[in-house]
Design a protein. Structure first.
Length: 587
């Protein structure tokens, strides 16, 4: 007996490959020859020819309706129609199922492989590190397999690289914006633009490239509002995207300030108390200036994301007020949204004669939005939010060892669940917000930050160790990706584990979360305090930046080893290659 297996999943990542592989293995055990056509990012698609399909006794088809696969080849053949979930749940039942004579739906068109599009793209994530470059690589590889010409500009933490020129944009058939933060769309006016998140571009590359030519819309002359172009249903819009924009601009301020504070501790943990000394001046620059600017910058760029430049001044003013009245980073977030939506309201509803219309963005909107934001913060929202911050600080300062361990577990689980996604970012933003609100000097702020960074290092370190201790279960490409992941883990870049999580999510994610929870709990149990919000293992070289250095290292090592051993045990040896776009070249 001979069968054909055709699978595809909406995400285009690993489940399609896993389902095809599982069916193929079951078929071999039953002595059945199997031909496989798998549409995923795991390996290039090798379509089965009409002759190959007609030589089979049965075709097992697991392709969602929205996936562009040429099904006309299957007309009149004996076909078992099923789903990826059904195959993974009971492959034996699918193999035993009786097929029916197939007639391809008329609305499903063959993939037009001859369409050699000229594409330009921009990728940008909140931190501007791993997701930015991994998404760019995934788009490049996916487009090249389709015969498309593509150039991707990366908006990373060190600025724009591989920048698009006006001529390249003008010549492009399609623009893909894979961004989690707001970017200037003015250069793409008049072009067909498709927007998605960096996560979609990385993990759902095939779906993005399928949808982009169909769902892209012509960019207006000026489009700065979120959701102004076509996108997938999973696109991050509204509140979340505006918050990420603020966080993106805030992070360099917090990292620079935190490291300067850590450097001031080189001269002794209390050396900065002596005015006029180098330690005191470093503390002034880091804690007295950079950290004070953090909340205004956060609020300002949240408002900027909502209302463009007219929202920037009201947002920063609201953020400074939040800082002054003790509302902290929560108050800054509230002020940013209040300022942004106030500015947007005035921009849309104030109608002026053409002769004075130019005054709106530089005078009228900033004036009115600043007044509204400031007065609401002072008279309505400021005190309640400040009370929330005070209560949170009091809780953190008075929590016992049990509560501290529980918090460490929760933060560890959050950091290791989605590897740079919204839950990971929420935990990290919470940590840096506490650190900045307390100027990095209070244990209630520095302990959670220590647990967050330690847990965030565990997934890539654990995957790297796993590829070493169980190398027989991993392919050569995965072993190389493991080396890259280990280095990224040392740098506190959780995204280094994404190639493994995308390839085998049901095993990798639980292993990561268990290790992260252990590390977070141990860090809090040992009362480890971290004064710098980034830097990974290299921060430990700064004297007094972390207390209990050996215990802190032990927390990280124990969690990473736990993840590595768990995954080494539950990992199946025949998993294969890592997904395209997630290779070791990201470092």
């Amino acid at each position: 007996m001979k069968i054909a297996i055709i699978t595809a999943c909406p995400a285009g990542v690993a489940t399609s490959f896993m389902a095809a592989k599982r069916l193929e293995e079951k078929a071999k055990k039953q002595g059945v020859e199997a031909l496989v056509e798998c549409h995923s990012n795991v390996a290039p698609v090798e379509p089965l020819t009409t002759e190959q399909l007609r030589s089979c006794d049965k075709v097992i088809l697991a392709v969602p309706a929205q996936h562009r696969v040429d099904l006309s080849r299957l007309n009149t053949l004996n076909v078992v129609e099923t789903t990826i979930d059904a195959i993974l749940a009971d492959p034996d039942a699918i193999l035993a199922a009786e097929g029916k004579t197939y007639q391809a739906p008329t609305q499903v068109a063959p993939v037009a492989t001859s369409d050699a599009l000229n594409v330009v793209a921009v990728t940008a994530c909140p931190t501007g590190v791993a997701h930015t470059f991994m998404a760019a690589e995934a788009l490049e590889q996916g487009a090249q397999r389709r015969g498309w010409k593509i150039k991707v500009e990366t908006r990373g933490s060190v600025g724009a690289k591989n920048q698009l020129t006006e001529a390249e944009i003008a010549a492009a058939d399609l623009v893909i914006l894979a961004t989690d933060i707001e970017v200037d769309r003015a250069p793409f006016a008049g072009k067909k633009v498709y927007h998605c998140s960096t996560g979609s571009a990385l993990k759902k590359t095939q779906q993005v490239l399928n949808d982009a030519p169909v769902q892209a819309v012509v960019q207006a002359g000026q489009a700065n509002e979120s959701g102004g172009s076509g996108g997938t249903s999973g696109e991050k819009k509204g509140v979340y995207k505006h918050l990420l924009t603020g966080v993106s601009f805030m992070l360099p301020m917090v990292v620079a300030g935190g490291l300067l504070i850590a450097l001031s501790f080189v001269f002794g943990i209390h050396a900065f108390e002596q005015k006029g000394t180098l330690a005191a001046n470093l503390m002034l620059i880091g804690g007295g200036t950079a950290f004070k600017l953090m909340i205004p910058v956060l609020a300002g760029y949240i408002a900027y994301s909502i209302a463009d430049r007219p929202g920037l001044a009201p947002g920063m003013i609201g953020g400074m007020l939040a800082s002054t009245i003790g509302a902290g980073f929560i108050g800054g977030i509230v002020a940013g949204f209040l300022a942004g939506y106030s500015a947007l309201f005035f921009a849309r509803n104030i109608k002026l004669p053409q002769s004075i219309e130019a005054l709106k963005p530089i005078l009228i909107i900033p004036l009115l939005a600043s007044a509204v934001t400031g007065l609401v913060m002072i008279y309505v929202l400021g005190k309640p939010v400040a009370a929330i911050m005070e209560g949170m600080t009091h809780f953190l300062q008075t929590m016992g060892s049990t509560n501290a361990i529980l918090m460490g577990i929760i933060l560890g689980l959050m950091m290791c669940f989605d590897l740079g996604g919204p839950i990971n970012k929420a935990a990290y933003t919470f940590g840096v917000g506490l650190l900045a609100s307390q100027a990095g000097s209070d244990a209630s702020a520095t302990m959670p930050m220590a647990a967050i960074m330690a847990a965030g290092m565990v997934p890539p370190l654990g995957m790297g160790i796993a590829t070493f201790i169980a190398r027989r279960k991993f392919s050569k490409a995965e072993t190389e990706a493991g080396k890259a992941a280990f280095v990224l883990g040392l740098c506190f870049i959780s995204e280094g584990a994404i190639p493994f999580a995308a390839r085998d999510p049901m095993r990798v994610i639980p292993a990561n979360m268990i290790g992260g929870a252990i590390t977070g709990a141990l860090s809090m149990f040992f009362n480890c305090q971290l004064h710098a919000p980034h830097g990974g293992i290299f921060v430990l070289a700064i004297p007094n930046a972390v207390n209990h250095v050996l215990l802190y290292l032990a927390s990280i090592v124990i969690g990473a080893l736990a993840t590595a051993f768990i995954y080494s045990v539950i990992r199946r040896p025949e998993m294969g290659e890592v997904p395209a776009g997630a290779s070791a070249s990201i470092i």
